[in-house]
Design a protein around this ligand. Structure first.
Ligand code: HEM
Length: 488
């Protein structure tokens, strides 16, 4: 039996241990606690206990509404919750400049780990030294002189696309676009023809699924679910498929007659022992995945807008007639550079529907905005091109499709951080010129051959948010062949 004195002593010791534990935990969670205290002062969509406010992402209409009216609803900054983790939304151009112009202030946050299957373990998801080193090695392969070498693949893809839609009057163009983009990526990135069993045809993201079930954010739970099992299988298939291609290339010493990224990266690896063949495989997977839905969505939304606005289609057609002598003329870099009005249309499409509507960062240091918001180090930040591009005080009448916003005279009035479909700063999309060139090539080939209009079932579209934006019902077009003899 314990005496009263002994019991008191034991309580004291337990209390002491508890206090020490609380102090240690507070030190360990200091950043998190500061973040939560700050977040509680910031308005945002209603959060429910344990789940937070992520359920809104499941309802695309609500997401679109929220993204369009965020600043009117909540002010210059707002807050959303993933379970008990706050995310501060920044969308005012000055705030974006503060965070994106200085690479020391932020880095990609942990949510990118969830995207490994969707985006690969490469440039998009990595941070720090590894990212810096790889970016430095890969950047020259997207220099304008090298990009010219990809045009061959864009033309080949576009010609096949034409063949597939030939003699069809009404088509769901989005299915053809997806096939075109993926075939072109196989040739330009992997350097092979796409096969039926290519795992790159089946990319899926579990991000939304996991965000709305917070317990699945822990990898140790997720990997035991069927979604986790499928995801890890898919990741292995992507890696093994790419590895096989790499091994065959190395063994046969065979290079593609046309340029492809895989051949170039093998060469880079031979000259840099720190950039291994495994790095090549991972980066190639990343490029295959990052260049797929983003470009596909942009092209689909662009064709939707062009088909909807006959006057705009007419202006693009006129520009094409000025550039090319005839309907079949091949496309050169010089021709692509002359497609100024088409580029304005692409920019305006990506303003209203940026393929990547949100990006996540974490602050590496405290950041003060507007002299009143002191956002603590460790806070998760969402940078949203979707919200910024729809701010009415930046883009008047934001839902109106008006390519003239990007004309030479008007573009100077746009704040440099108000337009960021490809992000800005050191993590800007490495493939953005590649994407614009590909979209221009396909659109030029299509519009030189057809007049396009929307079928009734596509008059109103609804967006779907799945990391990238998509068109829920796809785009259905009526194709009317153009009179080739008119092409003068
Ligand atoms: C219209 C098409 C595209 C759009 C709108 C787009 C948009 C973006 C955005 C917003 C980012 C930054 C992501 C973030 O910070 O979380 C990004 C990064 C990236 N994109 Fe794209 N992208 C497009 C096409 C492509 C293509 C065609 C490729 C490859 C061929 C590509 C490869 C990449 C890579 C590798 C990164 C990571 C760059 C880094 O962090 O160093 N993208 N893209």
């Amino acid at each position: 039996m314990f005496t009263v004195l002994e019991i008191m002593e034991r309580i004291e010791v337990s209390l002491l241990i508890l206090i020490v534990l609380v102090i240690l935990l507070t030190i360990y969670l200091k950043d998190y606690i500061r973040t939560v205290f700050f977040a509680l002062t910031i308005p945002g969509p209603k959060a429910i206990p344990f789940l937070g406010s992520v359920l809104v992402l499941k309802d695309s209409k609500a997401t679109e509404y929220l993204g369009t009216y965020m600043s009117q609803l909540y002010g210059r900054i707002s807050c959303g919750w993933v379970s008990i983790i706050p995310f501060i939304f920044l969308y005012e151009p000055e705030h974006l400049q503060a965070i994106l112009s200085n690479s020391k202030r932020s880095e990609k946050n942990r949510i990118y780990k969830i995207l490994h299957n969707f985006l690969g373990i490469g440039l998009v998801t990595e941070n720090g030294h590894k990212w810096k080193f790889h970016r430095k090695l890969i950047q020259p392969l997207f220099h304008i002189n090298v990009l010219e070498l990809y045009i061959y693949h864009f033309i080949q893809g576009s010609q096949e696309f034409l063949k597939h839609i030939k003699e069809k009057e009404n088509v769901k163009i989005t299915s053809y676009i997806n096939n075109l983009i993926i075939r072109t990526l196989h040739r330009s990135i992997l350097g092979v023809e796409q096969t039926e069993d290519s795992p790159f045809r089946k990319g899926q993201t579990t991000m939304l699924y996991r965000l709305t079930r917070p317990w699945l954010l822990f990898d140790n739970f997720f990997k035991f679910t069927s979604a986790g099992y499928n995801e890890s299988n898919q990741k292995c298939s992507l890696f093994n498929y790419t590895k096989k291609i790499l091994e065959e290339k190395i063994k046969s010493e065979k290079r593609n007659p046309e340029f492809c990224l895989m051949d170039a990266l093998i060469e880079v690896s031979r000259n840099n022992q720190d950039f291994t063949y495994t790095d090549v495989i991972n980066e190639i997977c990343t490029f295959m995945l990052a260049g797929q839905d983003s470009s596909g969505a942009a092209l689909a939304f662009l064709l939707y807008f062009i088909a909807k606005h006959k006057d705009i289609q007419e202006k693009i057609w006129k520009e094409q007639k000025c550039i090319f002598e005839n309907v079949h003329a091949n496309i050169t870099m010089n021709d692509l550079n002359k497609m100024k009005y088409l580029e304005q249309c692409i920019k305006e499409t990506l303003r209203i529907y940026p393929s990547v509507p949100m990006m996540a960062r974490v602050l590496k240091e405290d950041l003060t905005l507007d002299r009143k918001y002191c956002i603590p180090k460790g806070t998760n930040i969402i940078v949203s091109p979707f919200i910024t591009h729809r701010l009415p005080h930046i883009f008047k009448d934001p839902l109106k499709f008006d390519p003239d916003r990007f004309s030479e005279e008007n573009i100077e009035d746009i704040h440099p951080y108000a337009y960021l479909p490809f992000s800005l700063g050191n993590r800007q999309c490495i493939g953005y010129k590649f994407a614009i060139m590909e979209i221009k090539t396909v659109t030029s080939v299509l519009l030189r051959n057809y007049h396009i209009s929307l079928l009734d079932k596509t008059k109103d579209i609804h967006m779907l948010y799945r990391v990238t934006l998509r068109i829920k019902e796809g785009v259905w077009l009526h194709l009317k062949p153009r009179n080739c003899s008119n092409f003068v």
